[in-house]
Design a protein around this ligand. Sequence first.
Ligand code: NAD
Length: 255
Amino acid sequence: MAGLLEGHLAAVTGGGSGIGQGICQAYAREGAQVVILDANVEGANETVRLVTAAGGKASAMKLDVTDRAACRAAAAEIGKTGKVSILVNNAGINRRTPITGDAAAVAKDWDDIISVNLAGMFNVTHAFLDQLRATKGRIVNLGSIQSFVHVSWPNSAAYTTSKHGVLGFTRALAAELGKDGVRVNAIGPGLIETAINADARAKNPDMVAAVMRHTPLNRPGKPADIAGPAVFLASDMSAYVTGGIIMADGGFRSI
Ligand SMILES: NC(=O)c1ccc[n+]([C@@H]2O[C@H](COP(=O)([O-])OP(=O)(O)OC[C@H]3O[C@@H](n4cnc5c(N)ncnc54)[C@H](O)[C@@H]3O)[C@@H](O)[C@H]2O)c1
């Protein structure tokens, strides 16, 4: 049986770890050719190894999404051999610094988080826009519970701001690109066990317990829990879905 993403070329930022790696594996299983764009080239190469070992097609390219010129160069390079029809804006960072903390640290965290999570998403999307319009492509952005609320994870004003911005960007682009047949959606993961929160989970078991008390499914998520919604939003199964966000949060936001 043909996969849901047969014939697609998918670019996944931050595909060298965690949620992005899970999405790359699922996309390849569904027949897409995957290009992993990650600042961490070792991680990206490991994803290529996992995908090809399972019989899929993947390649890796080192890219810092905060470097706008490099994003344009990567899109041009990929465009020589194919057109990206699925873009997943997944690269992200998080740091939890109280806004009342050390002024220099707060300002640096603000700059870094907004640069990667928000400006990086713009840089990559803009670089691939022509290819996505030419293919009537699909964009999937990684939002969060913090695209709506700021609870249970204190000291993350910059991250919450960036993830609210992800949702705003998703809606604005859906409105603007619908006429070109490009669909733009987001996924809102809950607490997913990956490197981004490994330190926070280890140091703050009470915070994890508080999140779980508010999570009807009563367990943290795995990258595979996000891969399903990501396949759906990239495939023709979601042909009439745009400007939306699928919460994959164990029910956190529903109660
Ligand atoms: N894990 C969670 O609980 C959770 C919850 C909600 C949203 N998210 C979002 O999901 C996305 C993936 O997070 P994850 O949990 O897999 O984290 P992760 O740390 O495992 O993976 C993030 C990846 O992004 C890459 N990256 C970071 N900065 C980059 C840059 N400047 N340029 C290119 N690549 C860069 C890293 O190298 C890494 O491979 C992020 O946008 C994150 O905010 C995660």
